[in-house]
Ligand binder design. Sequence first.
Ligand SMILES: C[S@@+](CC[C@H](N)C(=O)[O-])C[C@H]1O[C@@H](n2cnc3c(N)ncnc32)[C@H](O)[C@@H]1O
Length: 234
Amino acid sequence: MNEFAQRVKPLIADVPGWLTDEEGEALYELARQCTGRGVILEIGSWKGKSTICLGLGARAGGGAPIFAIDPHADYRFGDFKANVERAGIADLVTPVPSLSQDAAPGFDKPIELLFVDGSHVEADVRADFDQWVPKVVEGGWVAFHDTTWTAGPRRVVGERVYRSRTFKDVRFVAGSTTIARKTAANTLADRARARYVLAVKTGFWLASTPLKKYRRLLPKSVERFGRRVLRAMQ
Ligand SMILES: C[S@@+](CC[C@H](N)C(=O)[O-])C[C@H]1O[C@@H](n2cnc3c(N)ncnc32)[C@H](O)[C@@H]1O
């Protein structure tokens, strides 16, 4: 059993949220590999499921601080704080009670890992991209959630990540996360890879949409096999 399955999965099992285990593990690994050149910035925390993956990854790595931007509405901020405390990462996490668009102008720390899972309205995702991606250091990572079935993030990453000249190492993690590394100028091979991954993601989206309705009826082994195939394809 790997570190994520052993240490993180039990802590997030009861935290409501939309992250798959693969997505949680990808965030954990990205946070673990942060080198101290910047902070981790999360947009959209809800009850802390992704925050915990990022925080435990940071703890296992270099201890990068995490800024968790969300309006943190009263009725669930208690749950967020309790979940973060239970995971033992409260010292690493600074909740920022704000809309991401309002917080951006005053945020001046370099970012090594940006996770975007806030408003999914296309104009807001574009604003997040425009305001926050410039703060990501060269070689830093971005991860966008809900880039499969949700039109706003899907369109923005389609245009600004998969067809970009300033991202490389593009990857898709099921169910819906697009991950990429910021670079000054990507190569032809990077762009070809990004287009290939976009085709894989589109295939996953088209194939899984009818299945989504019946997902509960599918044996877990079928789902696991599908995800293994998807990983092997990238
Ligand atoms: C899908 S949930 C996030 C789920 C979370 N990442 C997890 O793993 O459980 C979206 C969150 O984004 C927050 N949100 C919505 N619009 C936002 C905005 N403009 N700026 C920051 N957060 C926003 C909501 O309050 C909500 O908590």
